[in-house]
Design a protein. Structure first.
Length: 524
């Protein structure tokens, strides 16, 4: 086996990796912690503190635990918990760009198309943003991409006659893609339950086959076996009694299938234009509209129709059954749309630029490709620029602007509130009541206090909206010298003298402020 040296790695690959790391690691914590990030990071810290008790704790909230497990070593290595949590996603994204390049080649893409896929996965807003957030969506997309690569490898594995002495070795080699499909699909299910929506895409790889029908039956069996293995890996979670809780919260996000069949789709289908608006905003208009060319692909019909049908098989169930749908739920469809756009660009360049004799067509195609790539890069780099300089100006769609910048789910003021609490605790004991029971508050505060000196600090969530201070908290808090309430201004129902407002940290666009109130006198 030839030894891999730095000289054998293409210079463009080295440059791409460096560009990726610089743009993704710089100012990684500039955007304040998001609610779900604080929960996942806090769970990983609890696992560190008491693995026997908390290893499967995410199941109780309907979440699978792989992301939290992978966060654990990063929480041990770095003092800033938000940086540690997001660093995992950065590394996941680095693997993702390599996998996208490999998938392009599996779908008959050339080397340049493969590099284009990696570049787009680096800069497109959808990919870029989620590779800088401590959320499960980036890991889900990666594990599903690996599943897809394994499935395509199964479909494209040629059936060969073998010499007797090589049969055992050949059998082992043929099982590798099946095992990889099972492991990666199982990992996807251990990352996020919606991974199950990717199963049709795995079976649709059958469309890429060039084998005879008799051979295709065996191929379908292999794909089914790989999916079954992934499901078996998922069901290993049943060793924990909380497994049943995984499906307890499904009704919070999805309408029952029976309701959709009975006509509920009439209420959800009207939201589909909004969901396409998410894709136009985060994958750019040219990438999505290249699907129109893909529909009539002259030389890559199989590949493009596979990608289009796979996109629809994942997109439509969420669009039609979704009760609460945020843009990040659609990140896995970026796999298909990115690959489809890359193959479309390759085809246009080959057929209408290089192989075209008519100057007019050649010129128009060249202008189209130049405009398309320029538009994609310009829109993407604007998004990247504001992520690195001023997160308040990131061009989010309305739903994400609310989530990440203006509502309670945004962690604006958390770092400052923690600094205030720690400063007070230097000279006196401090009890803190926070709005909510988990999430941005109190998990956002607790995650920053992990592995810190908290002998003088007590933090407890008391729910929302804050209309009163619970007796349970009062009883415990009276042992402390100073008592504070951390609450969002629009969820503050207690009528307190404004002189008790110690500090507040306001979100952008005149949104609600995170407030710190001194409630020592009320409690004592």
């Amino acid at each position: 086996m030839k030894k891999l040296t730095l000289k054998k790695i293409p210079l463009m690959m080295i440059g791409l990796v460096l560009f990726y790391l610089i743009t993704h690691l710089f100012k990684l914590t500039l955007l304040p912690v998001f609610a779900d990030e604080s929960i996942y990071i806090r769970w990983s810290q609890l696992i560190i503190d008491d693995a026997n008790r908390y290893l499967f704790f995410p199941l109780n909230d309907g979440k699978t635990p792989l992301q939290m497990w992978l966060m654990v070593p990063f929480q041990l290595l770095f003092s800033d918990p938000l940086f540690a949590g997001r660093l995992l996603s950065v590394l996941v994204g680095l693997v993702q760009i390599m996998v996208m390049g490999y998938l392009t080649k599996l779908l008959s893409g050339k080397n340049k198309a493969s590099y284009l896929a990696m570049v787009l996965t680096t800069i497109l807003p959808f990919w870029y943003f989620h590779h800088r957030m401590a959320l499960t969506d980036g890991l889900l997309a990666l594990t599903l991409s690996l599943s897809l690569a394994a499935a395509i490898s199964i479909v494209k594995t040629p059936l060969k006659k073998n010499k007797p002495q090589s049969i055992s070795v050949w059998k082992k080699i043929k099982t590798v893609p099946i095992l990889l499909l099972g492991l990666s699909f199982g990992a996807a299910l251990w990352t996020k339950i919606p991974a199950v929506l990717f199963a049709p895409s795995i079976l649709l790889t059958f469309l890429l086959s060039t084998k005879k029908w008799s051979q295709n039956i065996l191929t379908l069996f292999k794909l089914g076996f790989g999916l079954g293995l992934g499901l078996f890996i998922f069901l290993l979670l049943k060793i924990n009694p909380a497994f049943g809780q995984l499906f307890a919260r499904g009704g919070d996000f999805l309408y029952p299938l029976s309701d959709i069949i009975a006509g509920g789709y009439l209420h959800t289908i009207i939201n589909i234009p909004n969901y396409f608006a998410y894709l136009f905003a985060y994958l750019t208009f040219p990438v999505v509209t290249l699907l129109l060319f893909a529909l009539f692909s002259p030389t890559m019909k199989k590949q493009q129709w596979f990608l289009i049908l796979s996109f629809l098989s994942y997109f439509l169930p969420i669009a039609l059954m979704g009760r609460v749908v945020y843009p990040r739920y659609f990140l896995p469809v970026a796999i298909f749309l990115t690959l489809s756009a890359v193959l479309a660009i390759q085809e246009i360049v080959e057929l209408y630029v290089f192989k075209q004799n008519k100057l007019m067509i050649k010129t128009l195609a060249s202008v189209f490709i130049t405009f398309t790539l320029s538009s994609i890069v310009t829109r993407s780099m604007i998004f990247v620029f504001y992520n690195l300089t001023d997160t308040n100006l990131i061009p989010f769609v309305a739903a994400d602007r609310t989530q990440y910048l203006t509502e309670w789910s945004s962690g604006h003021g958390i770092v400052q509130a923690v600094a205030f609490i720690q400063k007070q605790a230097q000279t006196k004991s401090v009890a803190v009541a926070t709005e909510g029971f988990f999430g941005t508050l109190p998990d956002g505060i607790l995650m920053y206090l992990h592995n810190q000196d908290v002998s003088n600090i007590y933090v407890e969530g008391i729910g929302q909206p804050v209309l009163t201070i619970p007796d349970v908290f009062k009883t415990r808090a009276r042992e402390f010298e100073r008592i504070y309430l951390v609450v969002n201004s629009h969820r503050m129902g207690l009528q307190l003298d404004r002189s008790k407002l110690v500090s507040q940290y306001c979100r952008p666009f005149k949104a609600p402020c995170l407030q710190i109130w001194d409630i020592t006198e009320i409690v004592k």
